[in-house]
Design a protein around this ligand. Structure first.
Ligand code: FE2
Length: 252
């Protein structure tokens, strides 16, 4: 694993959502990686059945109808929220749109994904995770008042590998993006790599423990994920991710 030769944001603050504000942007690494403890500690405040309901919800994701493959290998739900001090305000369900300049495979079209289950959207687990991640953004939070939440499962079989990022090395078109591993079972691959804007590799990681997280400044880095294959001896495997996009809302 390599890290950028820049100072990482101060992550010593123990209270989720109240991490110290990062320093000047040119001195702050454009990403930060956390072991599972950050979110596990935050989720310890949530009733255990609420956390289980949250992580089990990845077992009920419909196929991504926009994938364009005969056999689906990606399953997902999506929702967006206004970030309020004490809660997430759910926004009307809408299509997810990325510009073609950032997503050459699926950009330029509205993609209507299935909405989050209400239990997930209104649950304490999601609220806690989003608030914790918001407190650890690698850069200024000013004006960032909205988030998009993606639940994504990528499957791999002996017949077909899964592609977490079919668009290759890319940006998502947001301000910040958090990538949280929820589950990784019987798969190999899915190595995460970050690049600077000159496409020089600045970070490489394999998320293996549930709740391991990378939070990146989507304006300052590109990212890619290698394909997922079944682990040796396995016929199928899954990799479940929570992605949280942070950006200024229309009136933000
Ligand atoms: Fe992405």
């Amino acid at each position: 694993m390599t890290t950028a030769p820049l100072r990482a944001p101060d992550t010593s603050g123990a209270v989720p959502g109240n991490a110290p504000a990062p320093g000047p942007l040119d001195q702050v690494a454009p990403f930060v990686q956390f072991g599972p403890d950050l979110l596990a500690t935050a989720l310890a405040e949530v009733p255990e059945d609420g956390v289980t309901e949250f992580t089990d919800s990845w077992h009920d994701l419909p196929a991504d109808a926009h994938l364009g493959t005969a056999t689906p290998y990606r399953f997902r739900r999506y929702g967006s929220f206004r970030l309020l001090p004490d809660r997430l305000e759910k926004l009307p369900h809408a299509a997810f749109f990325q510009d073609r300049t950032v997503n050459k495979v699926n950009g330029g079209v509205d993609r209507m994904f299935a909405p989050l289950d209400e239990s997930v959207a209104s649950g304490a687990a999601l609220r806690t995770v989003v608030r914790t991640l918001f407190g650890r953004l690698p850069g200024p939070r000013t004006g960032i008042d909205t988030c998009g939440v993606h639940q994504i499962r990528v499957t791999a079989t002996t017949d077909a590998e899964g592609h977490p990022a079919p668009e290759g090395v890319h940006q998502d078109g947001h301000s910040y993006v958090a990538q949280v591993l929820i589950r990784r079972e019987d798969v190999e691959g899915a190595e995460s790599t970050l690049y600077d804007l000159g496409r020089r590799r600045i970070h490489h990681a394999l998320l293996t423990a549930p709740m391991e997280t990378i939070v990146l400044d989507d304006r300052r880095v590109l990212h890619g994920v290698s394909p997922v294959r079944p682990a040796p001896g396995a016929r199928t495997g899954v990799r479940d991710m929570l992605l949280v996009d942070f950006f200024p809302g229309p009136t933000g």
